[in-house]
Design a protein around this ligand. Sequence first.
Ligand code: ATP
Ligand code: MG
Length: 870
Amino acid sequence: MQSQEIRKQFLSFFENKKHTIVPSAPMVIKDDPTLMFTNAGMNQFKEFFLGNKKPKNTRLTDTQKCLRVSGKHNDLEEVGKDTYHHTMFEMLGNWSFGDYFKKEAIQWAWELLTEVYKIDKEILYVTVFEGDDKEGLGKDIEAYDIWKQYISEDRILNGNKKDNFWEMGEQGPCGPCSEIHVDIRSAEEKAKVSGKELVNQDHPEVIEVWNLVFMQFNRKADSSLEELPAQHVDTGMGFERLCMVLQGKKSNYDTDVFTPIIREIETITNSKYGKDENTDIAIRVIADHLRAVSFAIADGQLPGNTGAGYVIRRILRRAIRYGFTFLNEKDPFIYKLVDTLENQMHDTFPELRSQKGIIENVIKEEEHSFLRTLDQGLQLLDNVISNSKSKIISGKKAFELYDTYGFPIDLTALILSEKGYDLDTEGFENELQKQKERSRKATKIETGDWHVLIEDDEEEFVGYDMLHTKVKITRYRKITSKKEGEMYQLIFNLTPFYPEGGGQVGDKGYLEAPNGDVTYILDTKKENSLIVHFVKNLPDNLEAVFEAVVDTDSRRNTAANHSATHLLHQGLRSVLGTHVEQKGSMVSEDYLRFDFSHFTKVSAEELKQVEEFVNARIREQLPLEENRNIPYQQAINEGAVALFGEKYGDTVRTIKFGESMELCGGTHVKNTGDIWHFVITYESAVAAGVRRIEAISADGAKQYFENQSEAYDKVLEVLKTKNDPVKVITSLQEENAALKKEIESLQKAKAKGLKKELRNGLEEVNGVKFTAQKIDLDQGALKDMVFELGNEFKNLFVLFASENNGKALLTCYISKELVAEKDLNAGKVVRELGKYIQGGGGGQPFFATAGGKNPAGIPEALEKVKSYIL
Ligand code: ATP
Ligand code: MG
């Protein structure tokens, strides 16, 4: 059975059991501070489990793009080495939100596997939670009794907390689970050891395919468990593993999910899969990481230096490095595989097709730059080796290579061992640990439990229409971070404060208590469906009715910048073409930043046109047409622009100004006239094929023009002119150039005179023509003169000192013959004498200079130099 068919059957099986099929959420998570990437199908439903939100159907089914490379679930180091863990994989799931529980979940899982997919019952094992004393939890007898009806009791195994109690993270929904394992070993192997012994023992042919989680608890900040308001089912089946079983393969990589990519890798790199262990690992790593990175970029996450971007960069670099070392690929090649991946998966994941160009470009550029880094790293490592006195390279040096140059540690170890050197692994681990500790301390945030004042799960946002309103605090909690210290988070029954999102910063403002006390709201953010207000101190009376007031000026300017961003987007598409797509944005009261796909620099001429386009829309005074509740599909049909990697509900909000129409949750001006004026301030590149524009509007633009005009007035004043500064400046420049020329020729004449004087004044010391003195000549003229003098003598040793703008300069010349004969070195002389002028320098053995910041030390340097020839 083809993988496409396998996926389809899963979804339609549960559709027939009254589940609604929903799309995969994006793999990159944007509004949950506890999670960077989706690591399980349940993430997007977290709020339903916690009871913060209600699903439209209590039964759902889907296939979810997951990435397990950071945090609680991290399989990165396994990937490629084994045959059944991936970084990015699809998790098939069925969900019950307070609807059915263990009985149906087990019954249907069994029915699907054995009757629809027709998996031989004799290869299946299941596990149930055995209980845990510390948590005060008993064995899951209920699950055991249900399983008994389907499978012989000797195939129902006990599982411990590690394997059979599922948790999403340090906090959050959790519960006991039942796993289904397959034993795909040969009959011969099975005769030797029973499969029972191998379940959950990391055996590559006895593996878990499906996990049925029975969500019953919430793990709190103090790590205690509380019962959830209702019981839920959350199941996750690894799609690639299921394909392996159904296609009778021993490895996920031998299924049709991977074989087309592997064939393409073989062709491009001229290698063969299945012959040699190292080559095989490299090919699996590349095939796997290609998927993770491509899906991440399609979701809008570009490789970068921090956060999620850095994780993606590291995955890609791991693939590049395996190709470099084991497939001998010294040029970019991974980007060439995107085509095959796209062909294979675009039916289920259309984003791969629409984002293909940018995925290829970004990967190619990353490959280029990392291959350069590898090259430099190899040279540095050569240096380290040749300077090392022992056969063991210190962990500190290796860490430096790793940390500063991104040079992978396993590559360092490999190269060292090839050259007969050892790496001080322990020392390296120490350094790594120290660094981790430093960054953990810097970023750790401790989150307390919520104190609930009022039970209320519908916190309404009223900030599109109101900038102040009466509110009550429904719950609050304390958070502590190294950076900000102690803070509190407040949730209201309703709020006018816009939470950071869609690129727009969160609102600031204050709460006013009935007695006039004011509590400042420093920021507003979204956490899943909650709108969280940040304050430094709690108000005295938490139960009061407060007036919540948004800072109007800052909101007005932010709104102007947000609306201007939409017009900019439209302007770019109109001037540069419709290939322009938004890749990121940041809108604050001070300015806006807009990243978009485009392959060349935007010329000054084009920028002018875009700016003019936006200002024309502003002058047209287009009114805001807003629709807060329109079906997604209808909005798209009407021409609204949606963003990739953004999660939209069934109904969306559209923002329209004239021809510009976008899906957007941000705050906007009522009329484009309120933007006042739009100015582009900056254009640059952020990644291959992605450009960035920064711009200002409203008060920011006013301030900009005021500053310009002030600066202009100052220029006129300084130039003592009333009207034409350009003319004055041009004539000053011409005058300046003429003066420079004149000085140069005067210096030359002066040098000529000096040279004569010097020649006559040279001392004879131990057969050396010597002088040391202070000279008032610019550097270029001095150097010319010294070399001319050097041409006349074969035994010259001179040191000149000069002073310019409070800085000292030493110039030393020693005839080449003397250098050889007397073992003198001008570089060494200036380095040593440099200490008197508090500076340093160097050069060649016959000519060197040193600069310093202490001219007062010149006499001493001049005096000391003679000792070199005495
Ligand atoms: P394992 O012990 O094999 O790592 P797990 O206990 O981490 O699995 P769950 O968190 O229960 O797995 O995830 C549910 C299902 O997702 C698993 O039964 C498995 O089929 C699949 N799965 C988990 N991790 C991966 C991975 N890294 N690559 C591919 N499939 C995976
Ligand atoms: Mg795992």
